[in-house]
Write a protein that binds this ligand. Structure first.
Ligand SMILES: Cc1cc2nc3c(=O)[nH]c(=O)nc-3n(C[C@H](O)[C@H](O)[C@H](O)COP(=O)(O)O)c2cc1C
Length: 231
């Protein structure tokens, strides 16, 4: 499978979230050979969409001549589009959002009703494409935190999407938290294997991955510097 990873963390490979993404990809590789390309979005030249809709008149070409031209081709050529990003103000970091806005040339202005909502009609055939979101965050709770980002992803990619949300993700970059992060990353690897084998992940496994690794209050106390992590 051709996998395009959009790493939306400005911290590049030091990203807490990328620990989760790398474990997931390792699991996918254990199940089958994968062709993986990772883009650190922060290093790409991506202008903001100006909303001019010139791409609707120029045969799909954007007015900006920047790295998005190559990225759009890579998106069209992959089988799995993986968004890996930290939660920023309940959404995705701005550089990744700029990239998402600039995918506008891939859809036409035409709209069609699907169920009770409208969607734009694609300019290309995306029926082979699957979408994965892996999102880490700094708070210990998944409730009333990830919802806006999850909803945005579901609405942007209504079909064939899978979403992993992982709270307390700074712990993945803390060697002293290995007692809880190593087993959690093993569960993420298992999810990657399942996804590569069947295109799906067990709901119970997804829920486990999305649960706090240590009690919320203990995590908050460690972050607040009021207790030391256990050795
Ligand atoms: C600008 C900014 C906004 C953030 N907003 C949230 C937020 O809304 N909810 C949350 O739980 N964590 C938030 N965080 C914390 C990050 O999601 C967290 O530190 C994450 O582990 C960083 O992941 P990364 O290393 O992959 O970039 C925010 C961090 C920054 C810098």
């Amino acid at each position: 499978m051709k996998i395009l990873v959009l790493n939306g963390s400005p911290k590049r490979d030091k990203s807490d979230t990328m620990h989760i993404t790398r474990a997931f990809l390792e699991g996918m590789r254990e199940a089958a050979q994968q062709d993986i390309h990772i883009i650190d979005v922060i290093d790409r030249h991506i202008e903001y969409c100006t909303g001019c809709f010139a791409c609707k008149r120029n045969g799909g070409a954007c007015v900006h001549d920047d790295d998005m031209r190559g990225i759009l081709e890579e998106i069209l050529g992959c089988d799995l589009l993986l968004f890996s990003f930290p939660l920023y103000c309940y959404g995705m970091p701005a550089p990744l959002k700029a990239l998402l806005d600039r995918t506008m040339p891939l859809s036409s202005l035409a709209m069609r009703k699907v169920g009770d909502r409208y969607e734009h009609v694609g300019q290309a055939d995306f029926s082979h494409l699957r979408y994965l979101m892996i999102c880490g965050c700094g708070f210990p709770n998944s409730r009333r935190n990830f919802e806006p980002a999850v909803m945005q992803f579901r609405l942007c990619f209504p079909r064939d999407h899978t979403i992993l949300t992982v709270p307390e993700s700074p712990m993945f970059s803390a060697p002293e938290a290995a007692a809880v992060t190593v087993p959690r990353l093993e569960r993420v690897r298992q999810a990657g294997r399942q996804y590569a084998d069947s295109g799906e992940i067990d709901a119970a496994l997804l829920a486990e991955i999305g649960s706090p690794m240590i009690p919320e209050e203990q995590y908050a106390a460690i972050v607040n510097g009021t207790v030391q992590p256990e050795a």
